[in-house]
Ligand binder design. Structure first.
Ligand SMILES: [Zn+2]
Length: 266
């Protein structure tokens, strides 16, 4: 039930992320007031509530505006599906070790609610950054800052719960250092040709959220792997890396326990 609830909220936030990305773009780049209601970007028709239901409306309208028939855009349905799957999976990763014997409140009290809320809040920011980067190859600074603050809170909750030992602190700093450090070097030496200036700042947030340098290495490998598999057939010169970093982050985060224990033995 909680996982289904996570999926529904995730789809709604995926839709919200797209909407916010467009609003930030209109406000900051074109100095336009986006208005309060959602509109079709081609003809300006105000959307009715039933045309604004995540995933379902896109399928019913076949990805086209009801009035003018222009395509709504693939980023919208991708973000909604990604939000749905990633929120559901993240909620699952917090519930999977909880034993449920019929007593609901005892089971809920075992869930790490502060960590779960913080990571989901960070995910909203990360999805906005990913959509924005995918569409325009830049990242909005205000949202990056929000995601980093959420990452900082998440890392702090972890340290408070696990204790401020030198080893735990090194885990967090190591994760940030590996991810942000390598992306900063790539950015610096390739003079923005390989990775953009936003990528290493995004990596500060992802490092904080992973809080484990082994997981940071997995994230590094996975994001590059997914990026290569998706982008190689397209032969584009400039690659927006944000979406791949965020997708790889969700996979790494959801399977964090298995990955860490697998790496510890090896
Ligand atoms: Zn339209």
């Amino acid at each position: 039930m909680f996982i289904v609830f996570g999926c529904l909220i995730g789809a709604a936030f995926g839709s919200f992320a797209c909407c916010q990305a467009w609003r930030i773009r209109l406000r900051e780049e074109q100095r336009k007031d986006p208005g309060k209601r959602s509109v079709c970007l081609s003809c300006g028709k105000k959307l009715k509530w039933y045309d604004n239901i995540p995933i379902l409306s896109w399928i019913m309208l076949k990805g086209k505006c009801r009035k003018c028939g222009k395509p709504i855009g693939k980023a919208e349905i991708f973000a909604e599906l990604f939000g749905c799957v990633s929120f559901g999976a993240i909620v699952w990763s917090f519930l999977k070790d909880i034993s449920f014997d019929g007593r609901l409140f005892e089971a809920i009290s075992e869930v790490n609610i502060p960590e779960m809320i913080t990571i989901l809040a960070a995910m909203v920011g990360l999805m906005i950054v990913a959509v924005y980067d995918g569409k325009w190859g830049e990242m909005p600074v205000s949202i990056l800052l929000f995601a980093i603050i959420m990452g900082g809170i998440y890392a702090m909750i972890g340290l408070i719960q696990k204790g401020f030992s030198l080893e735990n602190i090194i885990q967090v700093l190591g994760a940030v250092g590996i991810l942000a450090g390598i992306y900063y070097l790539l950015y610096f030496f390739s003079k923005e040709k390989l990775v953009g200036g936003g990528d290493w700042i995004l990596c500060v947030c992802l490092g904080l959220l992973l809080s484990n340098w082994r997981l940071a290495l997995i994230e590094l490998f996975l994001s590059n792997f997914i990026g290569a598999v998706v982008m190689l057939p397209m032969r584009q010169k400039k690659i927006a890396f944000g979406p791949f970093l965020v997708v790889a982050f969700v996979i790494t985060f959801v399977f964090r326990d298995y990955l860490v224990s697998a790496l510890m033995i090896g």
